[in-house]
Design a protein around this ligand. Structure first.
Ligand code: ATP
Ligand code: MG
Length: 440
């Protein structure tokens, strides 16, 4: 295996000071898969203080030093170098009670989660593969290092990591590992929300997202209980060919691999069961389910520690997932005003995914519709149209000069904006001042 020059240089420096060192984990796995690694992590027999001495002349970050990690910056790129460690006992299903530094790599590899993540590569390019990671890479298998139940008992997050890696590489989860996940998933309760979020979003964005959602609904609904009712739920509606869960899974698969969009699709219909009205013909209708979905989603996003910006976008897109859209100028301006450009473009993709996932509408038609909306939006934006109060040719000061006060200022501006978006007036100072309603 070929290592980058910078990595070899760091390893050589450690070797020349009398230590061993390897590239390890994700970078070895990804290189063997023919993918570009996100970053290069090294491990070494040098203790933290010894690493500091070896790299005394370099730009380093010591933030992880007490966990054994020194970051060396080479050509502005960070390289994490970590002392070989073994984990002490785990009692909380999350972290080892203690870690200890050791001078051989074997124990360090044995503590890693999956065989494909437990390979190392020496300075000479030789791969050290104590757990048959290369065999599992070639076969497309996610397999725990050691006894799966024991490994998940130590750190429950590894179960979500298994789903994430299986989704990302389109790998299968090996039978014993799979059995252990199905048995142990309730211990995910112990894991911090933000760690779960990272793995969940990674899983949702992988090529195998749909396969994982179909294979492990009990795991997903353990994390997100409000999705439980979707499993096997008959929508009883001629526009829908699939159960609610299958529709949801397809909607996730149809959306671009983006965290906000995929999370939106996962949650968009969770309010349907609670909103159901069945008419005299036995057809299910779901009035207002968008709002219920958004309301049920909010605490989930909080529990998973989504940042405020992403959470707001997801909630807005869920709320808008059925709103009428049209290339017509008037309606497009309203939507721009409501959603802003970025979210409106995202909304087109949400609608597209949702329609395709019904199983009753032509996917080609849904795609054509999204293209048409995007083109209409592009053309409209090229005109630099007015769609917010800020774009108006008059502002609050102008209205104050006309004698408007307090909340009447905002009300008058909104009225003017409506008139401009509806094409009833030009957006010029004279035209707008002439239109004022006099309700000061
Ligand atoms: P990515 O490309 O997503 O960064 P990665 O394999 O580098 O994948 P990281 O989460 O960055 O994943 O972890 C780096 C390495 O540390 C893993 O390859 C694995 O060997 C080990 N590791 C990470 N998390 C765990 C864990 N919870 N339990 C055991 N080993 C872990
Ligand atoms: Mg990594």
């Amino acid at each position: 295996m070929n290592l980058p020059e910078n990595v070899k240089r760091l390893m050589r420096q450690l070797r020349e000071s009398g230590y061993t060192a390897y590239a390890v984990g994700g970078c070895v796995r990804d290189t063997l898969l023919g993918r570009a690694p996100k970053d290069w992590d090294l491990c070494t027999s040098a203790q933290p203080e010894e690493m500091k001495r070896v790299f005394a002349g370099e730009r380093v970050l010591e933030t992880g030093l007490k966990h054994g990690t020194l970051t060396v910056l080479v050509d502005h790129e960070p390289y994490e170098i970590t002392t070989y460690r073994v984990d002490g006992p785990y009692t909380d299903h999350r972290h080892p009670d203690s870690v200890s530094f050791v001078d051989r790599i074997d124990g360090d590899l044995a503590r890693r989660d999956f065989t494909i993540n437990a390979m190392a590569c020496g300075e000479d390019g030789e791969v050290l593969d104590l757990f048959d990671g290369q065999r599992d890479l070639a076969a497309g298998t996610i397999r725990c290092v050691g006894n799966p139940e024991k490994r998940f008992e130590e750190d429950a997050l590894r179960m979500m990591r298994a789903l994430r890696f299986a989704s990302r590489y389109d790998f299968a989860i090996e039978a014993e590992t799979d059995r252990a996940i199905r048995k142990m998933f309730p211990t995910l309760e112990k894991v911090a929300g933000e760690r779960l979020r990272v793995e969940l979003l990674g899983m949702l964005q992988g090529v195998g997202a749909g396969r994982m959602l179909r294979a492990y609904p009990e795991v997903i609904t353990f994390l997100i209980p409000c999705l439980k009712e979707e499993i096997g739920y008959d929508q009883a509606n001629p526009h829908h060919l699939y159960t609610l869960w299958e529709h949801t899974v397809r909607a996730v698969e149809e959306a671009p691999a983006d965290p906000v969009l995929r999370m939106t699709m996962l949650m968009h219909d969770c309010g349907k069961p609670a909103s159901r009205v069945t008419d005299e013909k036995g057809i299910g209708h779901y009035p207002g389910h968008q709002t219920v979905s958004a309301r049920l989603t909010e605490p989930i996003l909080e529990k998973l520690h989504f940042d405020r910006g992403s959470a707001d976008r997801i909630l807005k897109l869920i709320e808008g997932h059925d709103i009428p859209l049209s290339p017509e100028r008037k309606i497009m301006l309203r939507r721009l005003n409501q959603f802003g450009e970025e979210d409106l473009r995202a909304l087109f993709l949400v609608h597209r995914a949702d329609r395709i996932a019904t199983g009753t509408r032509s996917p080609e038609h849904a795609r054509e519709r999204a293209r048409e909306l995007t083109e209409a939006l592009d053309a409209l934006l090229a005109e630099k149209p007015c769609f917010t109060v800020k774009d108006l040719a008059v502002n609050g000061h102008d209205l104050m000069e006309q004698g408007y006060r307090g909340p009447n200022i905002g009300r008058a501006l909104t009225g003017l904006l409506d008139a401009v978006m509806d094409g009833q007036t030009e957006n010029t100072r004279e035209a707008l001042l002439a239109r004022l309603d006099g309700k000061k």
